[in-house]
Design a protein around this ligand. Structure first.
Ligand code: PMV
Length: 323
């Protein structure tokens, strides 16, 4: 039987290079960021397990049983909860609280981070132990409910942290020498649907196969070059490659006027490079800086313009026990 109270946190992610082309077998690079989701589990004397999400549903506590109903946003977490509780004797009853600093629906891997922190906490609660491979795989079950056919990048990176290169279902960890650089993550606050944007690129590919293939090939070349520069620590070159990748994503028509406006603001600063991250059509821009003080100034500037901005290191820590 586990401890009285257990807390695990897990990071969100950004795609540094290769979004969209990755859907067609080209490589992509992703990194864990320092925005984290948190799960706290305590023992309860209630008859049934319960789930609260104060950020989403303040003042609500949801009972978790096969038959209980929860809002649609919480279905994937209920699903995970039931998987993890399946083989447990009913003597200990968990009370789960989920919180998150990762803005949802913005391409930052918020659902995967929540799933990973929940999985780790319940594993530890029931078994007094946890295993990273199992956490990654079980958390993937809820990602499948949300996204249909997810790549598995988000749950993998949230579990193991660091950075990965992903190609045709294979993921390999990356080592980075650019640990002294900072990312500013700017949330345009424009909602977007990954599914719709992937479909948009799919249609464009059907209509202009040669043109789109040429763009994918250029993105692939940039991604391999970026891998080399991340491993050797040339942040100036990485910034230049981010700018190039952004241009190509705009050619794929996954930009957005608000993203262009943010890029215009960022280009007036001492950024090394910037690009949209994830599906595009809204969501976030990432910008790379060599100095924390500059990143901080830019964050303030961006917030004054009405957007949200966060500073993160790259290659952050994966799921971790917070106690
Ligand atoms: O914005 P996100 O995190 O949902 O990223 C989508 C990345 C795509 O390459 C556009 C789609 C995918 O499944 O890889």
């Amino acid at each position: 039987m586990g401890a009285d109270s257990i807390v695990f946190s897990a990071p969100g992610k950004v795609i540094l290079f290769g979004e969209h082309s990755v859907v067609y077998g080209h490589p992509a690079i992703a990194t864990a960021i320092n925005l984290r989701a948190k799960c706290e589990v305590t023992k309860s004397s209630d008859k049934f397990p319960s789930l609260s999400t104060p950020d989403l549903f303040p003042d609500h506590i949801f009972t978790i049983t096969e038959k209980s109903e929860v809002p649609i946003e919480l279905e994937p977490f209920k699903h995970l909860f039931l998987i993890l509780s399946e083989s447990q004797k009913k003597i200990i009853c968990p009370k789960v609280k989920l919180t998150s600093a990762i803005p949802p629906s913005s391409g930052l891997g918020s659902s995967a981070a929540t799933a990973v922190s929940l999985t780790a906490s319940l594993m530890k609660f029931y078994n007094n132990d946890y295993n990273l491979e199992k956490i990654r795989d079980i958390a993937f079950e809820s990602e499948k409910l949300i996204h249909g056919f997810p790549s598995g990048i988000d749950n993998t990176i949230s579990t193991f942290g660091g950075g990965i290169i992903y190609e045709r279902g294979q993921m390999a960890p990356l080592t980075s020498k650019i640990s002294s650089s900072f990312l500013v993550i700017i949330n345009s606050l424009v909602p977007r649907s990954t599914k719709e944007l992937v479909e948009k690129v799919q249609k464009k590919r059907e209509n202009e196969p040669k043109n789109v293939q040429a763009i994918f090939n250029q993105i692939e070349a940039i991604t391999w070059e970026a891998k080399k520069q991340i491993e050797s620590g040339d942040s100036v070159e990485i910034g230049r490659l981010m700018n190039e990748n952004h241009k190509l994503l705009e050619k794929l028509e996954v930009g957005h006027p608000i993203l262009s406006k943010i890029v215009g603001i960022i280009d007036q600063t001492k950024t090394l490079g910037r690009k949209l991250t994830g599906a595009g059509g809204g969501g976030c821009i990432i910008a790379l800086f060599d100095e924390f003080s500059t990143a901080k100034e830019v964050t303030k500037l961006i917030e004054k313009k009405g957007f949200r901005a966060y500073i993160s290191n790259i290659f952050e820590t994966g799921v971790k026990n917070e106690q």
